[in-house]
Design a protein around this ligand. Structure first.
Ligand code: UP6
Length: 260
């Protein structure tokens, strides 16, 4: 996986959304996902428009929005079309299949209707994947399993990580990859998404720990780097996104050049 180009991986995955993502990553020359952790729809849409040209994915936490509405989603979808990126709701589902099916397929956010990808914990066992799939009901949707976390004191043991990877391998038609902090799989079908990326800070006061885009890609095996405050709190988010995009992609180019 580490040394495969994104372009070559378009055809080696079992998932249409993974193919779409690899394709747009190689066309737009970006492995950057912006974590849009803002509290109003206006900020979310303004940010998406500013950074859209530089990203492959926009990661949301829509439950942070004070004014979430269908209008927000309609506009977000239009921006995703305009700039050619996918929508990634970081819901981190963590319940039994029957419950997540309801949380994903309805409720106040109707996530299945608009998010191409969602995150889920492997903790409950693979009923969570079956539950999400039942709510997806044939739509082209995918899930990313949270195998490891960036935060201090995270409880994910080696055994837990292996359990998540096995679960992903069993459900490659729905699971596109893992949220990780290391090379949790060498299978090129899986996309590894790595949060906790910043150029200026080492962490925050609430347990977040950062590495640089280069370290994420070259040392931790990230295929996609997830950057939140490094971009959202920059004076010029578009300029910051461009820097992270260039750093992340340069590290990827360096990685595929490396011989085994
Ligand atoms: N995130 C992490 N670490 C994880 C999993 N997810 O930070 O292990 C998410 C957070 C946040 C983003 O929910 O949306 O990635 C990181 O934001 P930051 O760059 O502002 O710290």
């Amino acid at each position: 996986r580490k040394h495969c180009t994104y372009e070559s991986r378009v055809t080696t995955t079992d998932h249409p959304l993974a193919s779409t993502l690899f394709e747009l990553m190689s066309t737009k020359k970006t492995n950057l996902c912006v974590a849009a952790d803002v509290t109003t729809s206006q900020e979310l849409l303004a940010l998406a428009d500013k950074v859209g040209a530089h990203i492959c994915l926009l990661k949301t936490h829509v439950d942070i929005l004070q004014d979430f509405s269908q209008d927000t989603i309609d506009k977000l979808k239009a921006l995703a079309e305009k700039h050619n990126f996918l929508l990634f709701e970081d819901r981190k589902f963590g319940d039994i299949g029957n419950t997540v099916a309801q949380q994903y397929g309805g409720g106040s956010h109707n996530i299945v209707e608009w998010a191409h990808l969602v995150t889920a914990h492997g903790l409950p066992g693979d009923g969570i994947i079956k539950g999400l799939m039942s709510a997806a009901n044939g739509r082209t949707r995918g899930c990313v399993l949270v195998a490891q976390m960036s935060s201090e004191g995270t409880l994910t043991s080696q055994e837990y990580v292996q359990g998540c990877t096995k679960m992903a391998e069993k459900h490659t038609y729905f699971v596109v990859g893992m949220v990780s902090q290391s090379n949790v799989s060498s299978d090129p079908r899986f996309i590894l998404f790595t949060p906790g990326v910043q150029l200026k800070k080492a962490g925050d006061t609430l347990g977040q720990q950062y590495v640089t885009p280069k370290a994420a890609v070259l040392e931790r095996g990230a295929d996609v780097i997830i950057v939140g405050r490094g971009i959202t709190q920059a004076e010029d988010p578009a300029a910051a996104a461009l820097i992270y995009k260039e750093e992340g992609y340069a590290a990827y180019l360096e990685r595929i050049e490396q011989k085994l």
